[in-house]
Design a protein around this ligand. Structure first.
Ligand SMILES: Nc1ncnc2c1ncn2[C@@H]1O[C@H](COP(=O)(O)OP(=O)(O)OP(=O)(O)O)[C@@H](O)[C@H]1O
Ligand SMILES: [Mg+2]
Length: 284
């Protein structure tokens, strides 16, 4: 059972990392859209982009100007958290190209795997959820994400290659659980880009559901071309295509994780907040 169900009863911050060593399996898409869905459900959410590709920061509309602090400054210096506001209650810490050097810089630091965890102690109490987008591969930054998290979700495609490298990923997670963060839970595999018409999707999803090493989340994210299009306008699916399968699926995932039910106006909330932002920008 996802540990997030505790959410209904008590006020506790839940920090979730989205990790898979594989590239292109919708880690970033899931962070941006699930975070927005949680915000639509009334949760206060902080998103952290730890990937030097900065894809998530781009979706959220961040374009770094000189002097704008980002995650790497926060990890290296005793500076305030570089938190930016997307909507009221939906905030983010952006990545930057400087993260490229972070790996080497962290290698010389003492307790290098727990820097993010210690930094997050300062701010996490402000939020119901902290959602961390990880880069593909194995890295000290990803160890930092796992060390700081209560849970990890593993987005997984339903292809013949999905299982390749999975044992290494689980090993890395278990190592962090044993050596650094015994609170870390694997909330589950999240099956993404699911196409029920294909035989391989059915076979792979059956495999994930049958294995008992790691739970598989009930919600599947169906294939939806709108996910390719929405980032261009710095939008998630909830601003770009709230009537799409994609919006339905991420809202369903947020409901599964929180145990909450969506509000009646769920399709309008993000669009309305986006319009308000635009009106404010025009005024200034
Ligand atoms: N449900 C979906 N249906 C169709 N395409 C999708 C879906 N989810 C994500 N995509 C597309 O898959 C591609 C990879 O997604 P994304 O960037 O989120 O993956 P990632 O795991 O973060 O990649 P990376 O490892 O490079 O960080 C993108 O082009 C995205 O639009
Ligand atoms: Mg990504």
């Amino acid at each position: 059972m996802p540990s997030i169900l505790i959410d209904n009863e008590t006020f506790m911050t839940k920090i979730i990392s989205f990790l898979n060593h594989k590239g292109g399996v919708a880690k970033t898409t899931t962070c941006a859209n699930l975070a927005t869905a949680l915000w639509i459900l009334g949760k206060k959410v902080l998103i952290i982009d730890t990937d030097q590709q900065c894809n998530l920061s781009g979706v959220l509309g961040f374009s770094q100007k000189e002097g704008d602090p980002t995650l790497s400054d926060w990890l290296k210096e005793p500076v305030p958290a570089p938190i930016y506001i997307r909507y009221d209650g939906l905030e983010y810490i952006p990545a930057s190209k400087a993260l490229r050097n972070m790996e080497a810089e962290l290698l010389n630091k003492r307790s290098r795997e727990t820097i993010l965890a210690r930094k997050l102690e300062q701010v996490k109490g402000e939020y119901d959820y902290v959602v961390i987008d990880c880069a593909p591969g194995d890295s000290v930054l990803n160890d930092n994400a796992l060390s700081a998290s209560d849970a990890v979700i593993i987005p997984t495609e339903c292809s013949g290659f999905s299982l390749q490298g999975m044992q290494n990923l689980l090993l890395a997670i278990r190592e962090i659980q044993q050596e650094i963060n015994p609170n870390l839970q694997i909330d589950g595999y999240l099956l993404v880009k699911y196409d029920k018409q294909t035989k391989i999707a059915k076979e792979v999803s059956r495999y994930f559901e049958k294995q008992s090493e790691v739970p598989t989340l009930k919600t599947r994210i169906r294939k939806c071309v709108k996910f390719d299009e929405s980032p261009l306008g710095h939008q998630t699916i909830f601003e770009y295509a709230p009537d799409s399968n994609g919006a339905e699926d991420y809202m369903r995932l947020a409901e599964e994780l929180t145990g909450l039910k969506r509000p009646k106006d769920w399709k309008k909330r993000a669009m309305k907040a986006e319009e308000e932002n635009r009106a404010e920008e025009e005024e200034n």
